[in-house]
Ligand binder design. Structure first.
Ligand SMILES: Cc1cc2nc3c(=O)[nH]c(=O)nc-3n(C[C@H](O)[C@H](O)[C@H](O)COP(=O)(O)OP(=O)(O)OC[C@H]3O[C@@H](n4cnc5c(N)ncnc54)[C@H](O)[C@@H]3O)c2cc1C
Length: 498
């Protein structure tokens, strides 16, 4: 089979293809694997422009066993459980709050700022406690929904029975609706930014439940270690991969996928094709929009995308021994980029494991949500594009100095990646690094992994798992091969131990 894309989903599909006896060839646009789980070297620093945290840190859990199977981790030591999720800081008045595994403390700290909001906050934390123990990373993903019997679906619902009430009514509103009822704007900003204001309330409650449960962790080997581990597993099983190979067309014959044509004009034939690449270009460009129905078309017309980011990395000659890994800053002076006024920036310190920076130095990442069109237009004029990157970097350094005094004079490496950079290396539409936003509607939609009228073709990856993320990408690669086995009338082998 041919697989388009060597991101996490493509590598997962490749591994399961080999495990199930298919000859597998991955074609990848970039010069290396990983897709948006990207890492690169700069002046002695190992920049990590991808995965921040993983759900599921303990062996024995289905998601952890999947990580181990695919080489994402070798052992529990490869995931460092998070005792602190992050700190929120208001630069306007210096207020700060830290979200730790102690959820009661979070309520008390926020309620001390705004006593009138205690009731709403307690309700949210009550839901988090009720959802504690929920296996959010693998719930509903262990088997492709297309192949689940009515009995299996019932069993799955039964497994969620304790949490059932949190998947309906007020809990399926977007977080931004929930926070409208909060009185204090700062408390509202904190809750909105714990994840994203568009996700359903239950999602943030479940995330806090995972934190309290010790089920959120940071990858000790970074995105680089995760991708290298997955690539090794695939290659050990004689999987084949070609880099710098952009697929321009998925070839079809009488309603069947039969191979691909690359940008260099070469044709490669196969019995089946899995696309683990950007969904829009797969459907509308590589397949010329010929295998579509109204439902599929509407998703690409109507569903909102993740807002792209400017990712700034700084190497700094200092340690941050007492600082949490994430600081969410509500800016006193917004940063204007294009037509937008950016109100908040996220700072991540890669100080939780060695390997990101030389000894005595630290890798710092600053994320700003920004506009695709601005950067896409600018890149056509290299001088203006570079000047804008330099300007945004300078603006960020001024704000950073207020958080970590003295830091701007300690910087010895800078790297600015824009939404255009994301597109250039991964071809994700409009730099949407995690595809569709996980709204109450999208997150519960089971997106088909096949297209109407096309046989021998499957999709994997974040464009068929709204909201993206590592577990959905990994499961979707496995699902694609499981569907293919079903289509081929073969039993599906899930793990080396079977
Ligand atoms: C900054 C950042 C932080 C994140 N943090 C987290 C986190 O904390 N936790 C979490 O779970 N997830 C996180 N994610 C999301 C997670 O990394 C992604 O959802 C996941 O890696 C997506 O994998 P994928 O294989 O579906 O897609 P992609 O990574 O987009 O892979 C698609 C691949 O297909 C290739 N391709 C595209 N078109 C073609 C073509 N025509 N021909 C050949 N190849 C092609 C691309 O080059 C790419 O390599 C984060 C992502 C980013 C960017």
């Amino acid at each position: 089979m041919i697989i388009v894309g060597a991101g996490l989903a493509g590598l997962s599909a490749g591994y399961y293809a080999r495990m199930n006896g298919y000859r597998a060839q991955i074609f990848e646009h970039h010069s290396k694997p990983g897709g948006v789980a990207a890492s690169w070297d700069r002046q002695g620093y190992a920049i990590d422009g991808g995965i921040h945290f993983l759900m599921g840190c303990r062996s024995g859990q289905p998601i952890f066993e999947l990580y181990r199977e695919l080489g994402v981790v070798e052992s529990e030591a490869d995931i460092i459980p998070m005792s602190t999720y992050g700190r929120a800081l208001d630069q306007r008045d210096g207020r700060a709050v830290v979200a730790t595994r102690d959820l009661g403390r979070l309520v008390d700290d926020l309620a001390s700022v705004s006593p009138r909001d205690r009731g709403s906050l307690e309700k949210l934390i009550g839901a988090a406690r009720a959802l504690q123990g929920l296996d959010m990373a693998s719930a509903g993903l262990e088997r492709p929904p297309e192949l689940m019997s009515g009995r299996e679906k019932l069993k799955q619902m039964w497994g969620l029975r304790g949490a059932g009430r949190y998947f309906s009514g007020q809990w399926v509103r977007p977080v931004s609706e929930f926070t409208k009822d909060l009185h204090d704007p700062w408390v509202r900003w904190v809750i909105d930014n714990l994840f994203l204001p568009e996700v359903p309330v239950w999602f943030v409650a479940a995330l806090l439940g995972l934190l309290a449960d010790g089920q959120l962790g940071m990858p000790a080997r970074g995105s680089r270690g995760i991708v290298a581990g997955m690539q090794s597993r695939y290659l050990e099983r004689d999987g084949e991969v070609t880099f710098g190979a952009t697929v321009e067309e998925i070839l079809t014959d009488h309603g069947r996928a039969v191979g691909v044509r690359l940008a260099d004009g070469s044709i490669h034939r196969s019995d089946a094709v899995i696309s683990a690449a950007d969904g829009r270009s797969t459907i509308f460009t590589l397949l010329r929009g010929r295998f579509l129905d109204r439902r599929v078309a509407e998703r690409y017309e109507k569903w909102a995308l993740f807002r792209p980011m400017v990712l700034i990395h700084l190497g700094v000659a200092r340690d941050f021994p007492d600082d949490p890994p994430l600081t969410m800053v509500r800016l006193d002076k917004p940063i204007d980029i294009g037509s937008e006024s950016i109100q908040g920036m996220f700072i991540r310190l890669f100080n939780y494991a060695p390997g990101f920076a030389p000894v005595g130095r630290s890798l710092v990442q600053v994320e700003l949500e920004t506009d695709w069109d601005h950067w896409n237009l600018l890149h056509a004029e290299p001088h203006a594009y570079q000047a804008e990157k330099d300007r945004v970097l300078a603006e960020v350094l001024v704000r950073l100095e207020a958080v970590y005094p003295g830091v701007s004079s300690q910087v010895d490496m800078t790297d600015v990646a824009t939404p255009y950079t994301t597109w250039r290396y991964t071809l994700n539409h409009r730099g949407a690094y995690e595809a569709f936003l996980p709204t109450p509607e999208t997150i519960t939609t089971a997106v088909d992994r096949t297209l109407p009228g096309l046989q021998g073709f499957f999709m994997a990856g974040q464009w068929v798992m709204p909201g993206g993320g590592v577990p959905p990408a990994l499961f979707s690669g496995r699902h694609a091969v499981e569907l293919l086995c079903h289509w081929d009338g073969r039993p599906f082998v899930r793990s080396r131990t079977e």
